[in-house]
Design a protein around this ligand. Structure first.
Ligand code: NI
Length: 169
């Protein structure tokens, strides 16, 4: 199974809101499989379709511990229905924001609704790491990166560092 290219900041495509996915056909299943290969190889715990240049509302994640059996989850057209409390997501990172980590304020508990890859309705009551991963990936689907939650100064410094790197290449 081939791997997909992951877009990285400051690629403008990453700030576009995605469109709802209507038909879950064979092509979609193929994309999900390719996204899974890409996420596992990176490795990452979550990946949104927009990160591989596909502007649809679809995300995958797997938060099973590394030494345990893989458990791929897919949510199509996810919506956060309710959110409560506050936690600090420590040292959050993103495959689209290489070489940068930061603490991010997140809701402690969220209720998410969407559909699974078979087209069946899905409802997830999430807290802890799962709540953080889902908020991070749903942000992607709305064109938001985790660095949009941190101070503008820190973001500017990171942007400058990445641009310099691109020029050197
Ligand atoms: Ni990310």
């Amino acid at each position: 199974m081939s791997k997909l290219e992951i877009l990285t900041y400051p690629n403008n495509f990453l700030s576009n809101p995605t469109k709802p996915l209507k038909n879950i056909d064979g092509k979609v299943q193929e994309m999900i499989n390719k996204m899974a290969t890409t996420m596992y190889e990176a490795p990452g715990v979550g990946l949104a379709a927009i990160q591989v240049g596909w502007g649809k509302s679809l995300l995958i994640y797997d938060i099973a511990p590394r030494d345990e059996k893989r458990e791929l989850n897919v949510i199509i057209n996810p919506k956060i229905i309710t959110s409560e409390g506050e936690i600090i997501s420590e040292d959050e990172g993103c495959l689209s924001v290489p070489e940068f980590r930061s603490d991010v304020k997140r809701a402690a508990r969220i209720l998410v609704e969407g559909i699974d890859r078979e087209g069946d309705p899905l409802r997830i009551d999430a807290e802890g790491l799962l709540a953080i991963v889902l908020q991070h990936e749903i942000d992607h689907l709305n064109g938001t990166l985790f660095i949009d939650h941190i101070s503008a100064l820190k973001r500017q410094m990171y942007k400058r560092r990445m641009k310099k790197k691109l020029r050197v290449k």
